[in-house]
Design a protein around this ligand. Structure first.
Ligand SMILES: [Zn+2]
Length: 318
């Protein structure tokens, strides 16, 4: 099962009607061992666009890894028009450490497109862009909530772009959050170089969740159908996604034991009680209220809350 190592793969030069599995050489660690990125490329029998599906940009966000593996096990290259470039793990150093952040403590998904002559995380991000992302036409980047939090099944996409808007709607997500502008994410850096990209948030960190993995997979198949890369029909529920033009995290200004009341996807009214903080003796020290009517995109579930900890990620509803 030995796999070839390639420094600069050219996806358009790979043999057609074949699934290719190989490593991309990216950087070397502190004792000079090469760090390789695993790649699965399904090269269709017929011409068509190149869709990338990337996972584990944050090292503890694992559902996408399983989504990628299942996707690529179900692709029949004789029926495929174009190319699917699947990266089951983008952030190899961090997945091995079970950590969200890169070993230099940068958040990789805030520094894209990186820099060719930058620090450790910057050069890593730059080479991912240069060697993989720059060859794509479309990108679906799979994430989850962070440690101590849970998320709805939601999408971040620039809804002013008709193509990314359509890709977002095809995910059949609970919530779609409009995300225009540059924010250092892989999604926004890809958009900047003309790769139509969305972020799909599939559930919670540090585990595989079957339901979320199925949802993420369904959305990717819908995009493949819509792009006419595979035959078949789009499979969408009757329910429409809740649209949010913006959102913000609400933080605590009082440390203590935190209890957050609404569940993800719940709608809260302005002024509704959303959380309480108690001291360690059980006495209530602070109550939090929704600052506006919104939908709960994600929430903090870890009860130990230092002053400044997160409470809920509230999408704005008009
Ligand atoms: Zn993430």
């Amino acid at each position: 099962m030995h796999k070839e190592i390639i420094t600069k793969p050219r996806f358009n030069e790979l043999a057609a009607n074949t699934i290719h599995k190989f490593w991309v050489d990216l950087v070397a660690n502190g004792i000079g061992q090469d760090i390789h990125i695993p790649i699965i490329v399904a090269k269709g029998a017929h011409p068509g666009p190149t869709l990338g599906v990337t996972a584990v940009v944050h090292g503890n966000e694992l559902n996408g890894l399983s989504v990628v593996q299942r996707l690529m096990s179900q692709i029949e290259t004789e029926e495929l028009s174009g190319t699917i470039v699947a990266v089951p793990v983008m952030n190899v150093p961090s997945i091995l450490r079970h950590e969200r952040r890169f070993p230099d403590q940068e958040d990789l998904n805030r520094i894209f497109p990186g820099k060719p002559d930058g620090n450790e995380s910057n050069i890593y991000a730059h080479r991912l862009m240069d060697r993989i992302i720059s060859q794509l036409d479309y990108l679906i980047d799979l994430h989850t909530a962070s440690f101590g939090r849970v998320n709805s099944y939601y999408i971040r996409a620039d809804m002013s772009d008709p193509i990314t808007k359509k890709m977002a709607l095809l995910q059949d997500a609970e919530i779609i959050l409009d995300a225009p502008g540059k924010d250092g994410t892989l999604r926004s850096a890809a958009m900047d170089i003309g790769v139509k990209a969305i972020t799909v948030e599939v559930g919670d960190p540090n585990k595989f969740q079957k339901g979320m993995i199925r949802s993420g997979l369904g959305g990717i198949f819908n995009v493949l159908n819509d792009l006419k890369m595979i035959p078949g029909n789009i499979d969408k529920s009757e329910l429409s996604s809740i649209m949010c033009p913006s959102s913000k995290w609400i933080y605590s200004d009082k440390g203590g034991i935190l209890e957050v009341f609404p569940q993800v996807v719940d709608i809260v009214e302005e002024g509704e009680e959303i959380a309480v903080v108690r001291n360690v003796f059980g006495e209530k020290t602070k109550t939090y209220y929704a600052p506006y009517k919104g939908v709960v995109i994600g929430k903090h579930v870890h009860p130990i809350n230092q002053t400044g900890g997160r409470i809920i990620h509230l999408g704005r509803l008009d």
